[in-house]
Design a protein around this ligand. Structure first.
Ligand code: 4AD
Ligand code: MG
Length: 431
């Protein structure tokens, strides 16, 4: 007998197999019991006929509870009626553990709060499995793309002495009688990496203490941040669009089944081919005003603006050259119009909003020095960052892609809370 995984059943038609898993659904009608078994690689129906098994096996099958763990012995049978095309004709069944109590998650509608409280169990349901498998494909695609394009993985610290994005959204920690903050972005360290290795990327958890209770905000999220020496804004945008197009193509290739479970319209994802549309901040303002949306030049875009703009296109939209005053200190100003930053954001289509933020960095020592002062940041904390502009400073650029917002878009989810195994939100750090 072969010990197999459910995803391998098609290679074992008519053969005797052993499968270990959990009971995800159960139905009995006197002489026959139907067990839906899942093992993380798939789901398969196992049929127990009273006449095919010994009485002990049949009795224990009759007493099975939802999520009981079992070893099934049986014969694989091709069956057109079965959802997956195959069934198992059970010859023997061994219960590893019958659930001690009734499984709390049933097929009836549960509220989101209840499901999030039971996230450790909710993870087992087929929608959640599909989402997190797609997340895993996205992460693999990210690494493969960047590794193949000559970016070196460069791990940046999580404890940091100062802010990178915005001082009001820092998580402060007690660091041996001193203070340290959880990182908001690995970017500043990646810039040091780019000057040492040319092209690098950091990939890890980042933290934001901003008091945002929106469908796009987590307090702990994962970000990948490529950074490249000798890249200007245009080159940076080109990397970003090829990168996103590659990620999408990999998910379409690897996750057909999962996208189907999520009822995702794949034709919308298939449209994500380079080049992506590019507009300036000025043009974005015109579009918003044409849509009777109230906004003044100089204001940053929030969720409402992003939704309007990204709904206009069926590909991700790149918006570049925002007013410098609404962007962080490290952005380089546009030499043609110094009130603008050489930055770029990418908004996902279908109203998903910003998934990428980035741009060209200020590489001039004196200008950067003045900007740090103008932003009232502590010069001492940034002396190492200024050093990078003392010894062979070069034009350089990079960006950060938020994993959870990307997963939400690709999976077609309303909220980012289902895109990470254990979401951390303003009002949730459990389980
Ligand atoms: O636009 P952000 O703040 O850019 C940076 O942190 C730059 N230092 C990145 C760089 O240039 N290396 O964040 C980048 C992306 C956003 O576009 C979004 O996808 C995601 O990170 N993001 C969040 N995702 C979930 N919850 C939050 N609170 C997020 N804040 C940002
Ligand atoms: Mg941003």
């Amino acid at each position: 007998m072969n010990n197999i995984l459910i995803r391998q059943v098609q290679d074992y038609n008519t053969k005797s197999v052993i499968i270990k898993g959990w009971v995800s659904h159960y139905r009995s009608s006197g002489k026959v019991i139907f067990i839906e078994l899942r093992d993380g690689t798939g789901i398969i129906q196992c049929v127990v006929f009273k006449d095919d098994v010994d009485s002990k096996s049949f009795e224990s099958a009759k007493g099975l509870s939802l999520e009981a763990s079992v070893t099934i012995y049986g014969v694989v049978r091709k069956d057109k009626r079965a959802k997956t095309g195959y069934e198992i004709n059970v010859t023997n069944i061994n219960i590893i553990q019958n659930s001690k109590e009734e499984y709390p998650i049933s097929t009836k509608e549960h509220g989101v709060a209840f499901l999030l409280n039971h996230r450790h169990l909710w993870l087992r349901s087929s929608r959640q499995v599909a989402i997190l498998k797609i997340r895993s494909t996205i992460i693999n695609a990210i690494r493969n793309y960047l590794d193949n394009e000559g970016f070196m993985c460069f791990d940046t610290p999580i404890f940091t002495p100062s802010s990178c994005e915005d001082t009001t959204s820092l998580f402060e920690t007690d660091y041996f009688n001193d203070k340290a903050y959880l990182t908001q972005s690995g970017q500043l360290y990646c810039e040091a990496g780019a000057m040492a290795f040319g092209k690098v990327y950091s990939f890890g958890p980042t933290f934001r203490a901003e008091k945002s209770k929106t469908r796009r905000h987590l307090t702990e999220f994962w970000m990948v941040e490529p950074e490249a020496a000798f890249y200007d804004l245009e080159m940076n945008i080109s990397v970003a669009e090829s990168f996103v197009a590659f990620i999408i193509s990999q998910v379409i290739k690897e996750n057909k089944q999962e996208l189907e479970i999520l009822e995702r319209d794949i034709s919308k994802l298939e449209k994500v081919q380079i080049p992506f549309p590019r507009i300036t901040y000025d043009e974005a303002i015109d579009i918003l005003l044409d849509n009777n949306h109230e906004i003044k030049w100089g204001e940053d875009f929030g969720g409402a603006e992003e939704t309007i703009l990204s709904e206009k296109y069926d590909k991700p939209l790149i918006i570049h050259r925002y007013p410098a005053e609404c962007k962080p200190f490290y952005m380089k100003n546009d030499p043609e119009r110094c009130e603008l930053a050489l930055n770029c954001d990418m908004l996902a289509p279908e109203g998903y909003g910003e998934i990428i933020g980035g741009g060209q960095r200020e590489d001039d020592y004196d200008i950067l020095y003045k900007k740090i002062k103008a932003h009232k940041l502590d010069l001492e904390s940034f002396s190492w960052y200024l050093d990078l502009r003392k010894y062979g400073s070069v034009p350089h650029s990079g960006f950060g892609l938020g994993i959870e917002r990307t997963v939400a878009w690709i999976c077609g989810l309303k909220h980012v809370r289902e895109t990470i195994p254990f979401p951390r939100l303003m009002d949730r750090v459990k389980p």
